[in-house]
Design a protein around this ligand. Structure first.
Ligand SMILES: *Cc1c(COP(=O)(O)O)cnc(C)c1O
Length: 427
């Protein structure tokens, strides 16, 4: 048997030694493909399907009775799923709630945490964050009578892909009220130092929130211990909750006395919600930040997928994810790299990268299409980034290896040149 570090038999050996290998079988695959797009839409698992059908059956058989008698009852499904997700981000059970959708949650949280004063009225963001976060922050400034051109501070990146923490910290001054940053940058896959940024924000009297959409379910956080003020994330990426599945909010315990701004009856003190009283009184905990009736069928698959993540353990998931992305980068260096004008823009250090690897090339869109035509599903972010996300629960080392072989072939033969240069609407 060949024992070269990059031989097929070596990849298979890594798979045999993988403590999470049994979870692969639990996922459905969209055809015979190597699915590296788990950071856009995670795959469907048997367990997710089972809990979806369970709640669908409860609706069918119990009608309105499901609110109290489904298992678990829909009335407190947001709390139930929040408690299940909490260990994945290092939070207390009642600091996390499943509710709404990511952007709505950004608005809900920002509107409650952004209370601008005369001098302290700026929101600090970075220029590389997901656009919706920037739109929401600008909108909150406008809603509070401010002007985003003046009050929204966007920290730039020197190279357009990586952020320097000291640069962000350098912008933290007495005029900043709130900072909203990503945990992992959706483009380059850089993982920010959440602990350090949180400490720096607090040293400057700034409240800080993180959008963990690109880390929840693949990176282990300690949001409570680090004192992060608030956070939100979607559940359809590494949490495998399904397209548009319900999102999450985290509110640190120290803020449980803070009254939300975008109030709605679903955040009312739970055991008196149906008293239907005219004056709002929030439930204590993240639950008080809920706005309206949760989409039960968009929450249902999460019950199964969160159970799997809990069973696998987020530390183990993170370990395997780092091993997969590390392996991918080694293969890239050995087989592809500079001679092809392609480079990895994701930081190499494990403590600075999330769950995906970003490759940059001038013809990234064409290469993306060539990969898809050869059964490798990456995604593309303009203008020139290809993202490869080997999701730890369902991607094997052998698949990473095969994917990189195909990429090498595409680069060697310049097969990408036969694909059009213009893009589809959803990439
Ligand atoms: C995926 C993602 C979102 C998605 O927002 P939706 O409201 O769910 O459409 C938002 N922010 C970040 C950082 C993301 O990665």
């Amino acid at each position: 048997m060949k024992t070269s570090p990059y031989s097929r038999s070596d990849a298979r050996k890594r798979d045999r030694e993988d403590p999470l290998k049994k979870y692969r079988r639990e996922f459905y695959r969209p055809g015979r493909v190597i699915y590296m797009d788990g950071n856009s839409l995670g795959l469907c698992s048997r367990r997710a399907k089972r809990t979806l059908l369970k709640h669908w059956t409860a609706w069918k058989k119990q009608g309105i009775g499901g609110w109290l008698n489904a298992d678990p009852p829909w009335f407190t499904l947001g709390e139930n799923l929040g408690a299940k997700a909490a260990p994945l981000v290092g939070a207390l059970s009642n600091e996390v709630i499943a509710a709404g959708s990511t952007t709505v949650n950004i608005h809900a949280l920002l509107s409650g945490f952004y209370r601008p004063g005369r001098k302290k009225r700026k929101i600090l963001v970075d220029a590389l964050n997901f656009p919706t976060d920037l739109y929401a922050a600008a909108a909150q400034i406008r809603l509070h009578g401010g002007d985003p051109d003046r009050d929204l501070i966007r920290v730039e990146s020197a190279d357009g892909v990586i952020l320097a923490e000291e640069e962000i910290i350098g912008h933290m001054n007495e005029e900043v009220a709130v900072a909203l940053l990503p945990s992992v940058l959706y483009g380059s896959g850089q993982l920010l130092n959440i602990k350090r940024l949180t400490e720096a924000a607090h040293d400057n009297g700034i409240l800080i929130g993180f959008d963990c959409s690109h880390s929840a379910g693949t990176v282990d956080h300690r949001l409570h211990e680090w004192g992060v003020d608030f956070a939100m994330w979607c559940s359809y990426k590494y949490m495998n909750g399904g397209p548009g599945s319900i999102a999450f909010m985290f509110v640190h315990e120290k803020h449980f006395d803070r009254t939300p701004s975008m109030t709605g009856w679903w955040g009312y003190v739970k055991n008196r919600q149906f008293d239907m009283l005219p004056r709002f009184e929030p439930e204590r905990g993240a639950a008080g930040w809920q706005i309206s009736t949760p989409g039960v069928l968009s929450a249902a698959p999460l019950e199964g997928s969160l159970q799997m993540l809990a069973e696998a353990g987020i530390r183990k998931v993170r370990e395997k994810s780092l091993a997969l992305t590390g392996y991918l980068m080694e293969l890239f260096d050995a087989w592809i790299g500079a001679p092809y004008d392609m480079r990895i823009v994701t930081p190499r250090e494990p403590s600075r990268r999330g769950g995906h690897v970003a490759l940059e090339h001038e013809q990234a869109w064409r290469i993306t299409q060539a990969l898809k035509a050869r059964g490798v599903i990456p995604d593309f972010r303009p203008p020139s980034v290809i993202r490869l996300a080997p999701s730890a629960l369902y991607i094997s080392f052998e698949e990473v290896r095969t994917g990189m072989r195909r990429l090498k072939k595409i680069m060697d033969t310049r097969a990408y040149l036969s694909f059009p240069g213009r893009r589809d609407a959803v990439s």
